[in-house]
Design a protein around this ligand. Structure first.
Ligand SMILES: NC(=O)c1ccc[n+]([C@@H]2O[C@H](COP(=O)([O-])OP(=O)(O)OC[C@H]3O[C@@H](n4cnc5c(N)ncnc54)[C@H](O)[C@@H]3O)[C@@H](O)[C@H]2O)c1
Length: 378
């Protein structure tokens, strides 16, 4: 059982798919692990720390891939041509944006598992890369806001006068939003949060934040049976927009995380609202990669509009790459050790719903129902 980890090559990616701790666990489970030289460096691990737990270090990707059976990645590898035939590829493969790559992966007879497609059932919680990464991203969003701004967050009473605490508004109280609320509270902010799902009210309040809400028609369900937000009525959106407009004016920081899975990010912050905000206030738009919750957000840029700073980083987990990698690597280990290893050998449980839910390509074809191409469906 040979596992390989390459250095991530995507711009702005500092994470690594295995930490020394994860490597130690894989070796204890009977694997041989090889990492490309400096694979963990940007996340804070020297090659030495991997060697200490028994990994081999290879000078080039080609040497690292020699005899590989499982390849772990954070992002889908760039050069699929260079991958060995028939391996298992496991990571965040972003199949929506990588359709062409998917065909190439299938043509190399690779069995590719996109962990972001993992069904969100309780058995899969310890393998859930979306939750682990969104958690850290929510934390980091607050840190980014604080670091680009000129205002402190806590109330400070000094001999020279009192500094008022920052007011922080969090839009969307899912995984990232709840962590953003907790972080802003820990820093001493006065936090309020808004979400279309009234069921999160208690969670928001238990973190010490105020839950602001649109007076809703009780018959209008805000979530699907799977617990995700759903598209709301036009009347709801109008009331919501008024509520956000009134609240935004008084805030120092807005962290926006609103998302409806599989849809473009809902537009919650208009140019007009930005222009009504206080000079020096900050918006961190976590939904930048899916189009942005704010009309003015620019992907992977920090811009200033009439005195308001708007942060559009798409990869916040990479900005705290050490801990993000630790949780990510642990998610991968839990997935592999539970569903792919038995008595020190690779034994994939092909019929398990977690395997079926994540498997994109197998035996030369695209097999995931959401991504079937005409050729492979035939
Ligand atoms: N920038 C980054 O580095 C980074 C990292 C991780 C996640 N994200 C993004 O952050 C966002 C949140 O991720 P998550 O894991 O917390 O998702 P999640 O599904 O757990 O939470 C999204 C929340 O938004 C709420 N929502 C939906 N529509 C809304 C609306 N119109 N108004 C207010 N709330 C609304 C939902 O009810 C839900 O609670 C996603 O867009 C995700 O892609 C960004």
């Amino acid at each position: 059982m040979k596992i390989t980890i390459l250095k991530e090559r995507q711009t702005n990616e500092k994470r690594v798919a295995a930490t020394p701790d994860a490597v130690k666990r894989f070796i204890a489970a009977g694997a041989k692990v090889t990492l490309e030289k400096n694979a963990g460096l940007a996340a804070g691990w020297l090659d030495e720390s991997y060697k200490e737990v028994g990994a081999a270090i290879a000078a080039t990707p080609a040497t690292a891939l020699k005899a590989a059976e499982i390849l772990l990645c954070v992002n889908a590898p760039e050069n699929i041509e260079e991958l060995p035939e028939g391996i298992l590829l496991i990571g965040t493969l972003n199949p929506y944006a990588n359709k062409e790559k998917l065909e190439k992966i299938a043509s190399k007879n690779i069995s590719a598992f996109a962990l972001e497609l993992l069904p969100r059932i309780s058995r899969a919680q310890s393998m859930d890369i979306l939750s682990s990464q969104a958690n850290l991203a929510g934390y980091r969003a607050v840190i980014e806001a604080v670091s680009v701004g000129a205002k402190v967050v806590p109330m400070m009473m000094t001999a020279a006068g009192t500094v008022a605490p920052s007011k922080v508004l969090v839009l969307g109280a899912g995984v990232a939003g709840l962590q953003a609320i907790a972080t802003a509270k820990r820093l001493g902010g006065v936090v309020s949060a808004f979400d279309v799902r009234p069921v999160v009210r208690e969670q928001v309040q238990s973190l010490g934040a105020k839950f602001i809400e649109v007076p809703v028609d009780k018959n209008e369900a805000a979530e699907t049976t799977g617990g995700y937000a759903k598209e709301m009525s036009e009347e709801y959106k109008r009331l919501q927009s008024e509520l956000i407009a009134t609240t935004a004016k008084t805030q120092d920081i807005i962290i926006s995380t609103a998302l409806i899975p599989g849809r473009p990010a809902p537009r919650l912050i208009s140019t007009e609202m930005v222009e009504s905000m206080k000079q020096g206030s900050i918006i961190v738009d976590m939904a930048a990669a899916s189009g942005g919750n704010c009309e003015l957000t620019k992907l992977d840029e920090v811009i200033e509009h009439k005195g308001v700073i708007i942060v559009g980083y798409s990869n916040l987990p990479s900005r705290c790459a050490g801990d993000s990698s630790s949780l990510y690597a642990r998610n991968l280990f839990n997935f592999i050790s539970t569903l792919m290893i038995k008595d020190g050998a690779i034994t994939v449980q092909w019929e398990d719903e977690l395997i079926k839910g994540t498997l994109l390509t197998h035996e030369g074809k695209i097999v995931h129902p959401q991504f079937l191409s005409t050729s492979s469906a035939a």
